[in-house]
Design a protein around this ligand. Sequence first.
Ligand SMILES: [Zn+2]
Length: 187
Amino acid sequence: MAWRDGEAAPETGAHLDGCPQCRTALAELDTLREHLRALPPAEPPADGWVSLQAGLAQQRHSRLLARCGWAAAAAMVFFTISVAVRGGIEAWEEARLNRETKALVAESQRLESILRSADTSGRVTSARTALAIADLEERIEVVDARLAAAQRERRSTRDVLDLWQQRVSLLDNLASAQTSRVAYVGL
Ligand SMILES: [Zn+2]
């Protein structure tokens, strides 16, 4: 997103040149922005930013949590298939990657339960924190879409593992952002 908005370091461009996955993600972001720009203008609600922000945060939070059971179930199906079709040394390496992925799925679930226990409704927050949270939740949505695609396309366990790593790291940041919001309100 930073690259799309012209705010990323030059190394990001070098990485993009060599990474088809990131180029695809960037193209998806560009398309998304074009679609958003094509939407008709909407009148802001009378009670403004605060209620809009609270409503959106609540919706997004519910959607995110609704998906987590699905993601874990899909991961288990994926393990079963990928173990069944391989043999020998490959199976050993595959089992190792599967164990790592399972640990990440478990970590992802742990973080989601932390997020679920944090009731975000009706909290006052800075616009900056709200935007950071919205940005993280969007990124998680992108990762979830790519996990679903990886499942459909029977991508390698390594690819799936990478996606789960991204998901855990984003959830971790999201949990921190929500904690900082609580601390902010606590002041
Ligand atoms: Zn990349």
